[in-house]
Design a protein around this ligand. Structure first.
Ligand code: 13P
Length: 255
C-alpha cells in the first residue's frame, strides 16, 4: 500500500466542550502553531460553535466541521440539525457514528448509514467512526465487527462518493481512557478496514481513502501511531482541546 496516495488528516473532535467565545479563542491559539502543517487540519466542534470557529479560522489552514447531523433533509425532529443546515453555514466536514452517539443516543449502524447518505447528498465530507467495545475485542470479533460496521455504514455509498469519506477507527475502550491501542493494534484494524474498502470498491479507492486512528491519541504517542502504513491520521478528543498538544500531533502528522 502506498501511503503517499492519500492525505494525512489530523482532526479534533471537541465533543461537548467550549462555548462559542472559547471556541474562537482556542482556534486563534491553535492557528499560528499549525500554520506550516504538511497535513490537513480540521476541528469538529459543537453546532453552536461552528460560526465562531469559522470566523477564527478564516485565512488559516484549519477547516471546521460538525460532530453529527440528522438523516432527514428537514422535518419534525425537535432539537436536531440537518446536513443541509451545516452545509449552508459553510461547515465542510461532519463526524458520523461516533461511539458516544452509539452509546448514549441510540445510534445504530443503520442510522449511521442514513446520516452518511444525507451528509453526502448535502455535499459534506464525512468522518465515519467505527470501532469495537472492550468485550468484543476480548471475544476476538474485532475484525468481523469493524468490517460489518464499515459495510453497513457505506451501504448505497458509491465509488465516486468515497472521495468524500474519511474513516476513523476508534476502539471504544481507548476513548477518553488513556488506554491507547498499540500502534500494531491500530495498524491491524486500519488494514482490515482498507481491505474491506478494496472488497467493496476496488484497490484504487482503498489506497486513496484516509483512515484515521482515534482513542487517547496524544502528543507522546502520535508519531508512532502515524508511522504505521495504514494509519493516515488521527481523530483527537481530549488532546484537541489543548492547543500545544494538538499542534504537536499535527506536527507528527506532517512528517
Ligand atoms: P480521546 O482522544 O479523548 O480519547 O477521544 C477520542 C475520540 O473519541 C475522538 O473522536
Amino acid at each position: 500500500m502506498n501511503k503517499a496516495k492519500r492525505k494525512t488528516i489530523i482532526a479534533g473532535n471537541w465533543k461537548m466542550n467550549k462555548t462559542p467565545a472559547q471556541a474562537k479563542e482556542l482556534i486563534s491559539t491553535i492557528a499560528p502553531l499549525v500554520k506550516d502543517a504538511d497535513c490537513e487540519v480540521i476541528a469538529c466542534v459543537p453546532f453552536i460553535d461552528i460560526t465562531a470557529a469559522q470566523e477564527a479560522a478564516q485565512g488559516t489552514n484549519i477547516k471546521i466541521g460538525a460532530e453529527n447531523c440528522h438523516w432527514a433533509e428537514s422535518g419534525a425532529f425537535t432539537g436536531e440539525i440537518s446536513a443541509a443546515m451545516l452545509a449552508d453555514i459553510g461547515s465542510e466536514y461532519v463526524v458520523i457514528g461516533h461511539s458516544e452517539r452509539r452509546q448514549y443516543f441510540g445510534e445504530t449502524d443503520e442510522t449511521v448509514n442514513m446520516r452518511v447518505k444525507s451528509a453526502l447528498a448535502a455535499g459534506l465530507k464525512v468522518i465515519l467512526c467505527v470501532g469495537e467495545l472492550k468485550e468484543q475485542r476480548l471475544q476476538g470479533i474485532t475484525p468481523e465487527l469493524v468490517a460489518l460496521q464499515t459495510k453497513i455504514a457505506l451501504g448505497g455509498v458509491t465509488e465516486q462518493d468515497m472521495s468524500s469519506i474519511i474513516i476513523a477507527y476508534e476502539p471504544v475502550w481507548a476513548i477518553g481512557t488513556g488506554l491507547t491501542a498499540t500502534a500494531e493494534q491500530a495498524q491491524e484494524v486500519c488494514k482490515i478496514i482498507r481491505d474491506c474498502l478494496a472488497e467493496l470498491y476496488g484497490q484504487a479507492v482503498a489506497e486513496a481513502t484516509t483512515i484515521q486512528y482515534g482513542g487517547s491519541m496524544n502528543d507522546a504517542n502520535a508519531e508512532e501511531l502515524l508511522g504505521k502504513p495504514d494509519v493516515d491520521g488521527g481523530l483527537i478528543g481530549g488532546a484537541s482541546l489543548v492547543a500545544e498538544k494538538f499542534a504537536a500531533i499535527v506536527a507528527a502528522g506532517s512528517k
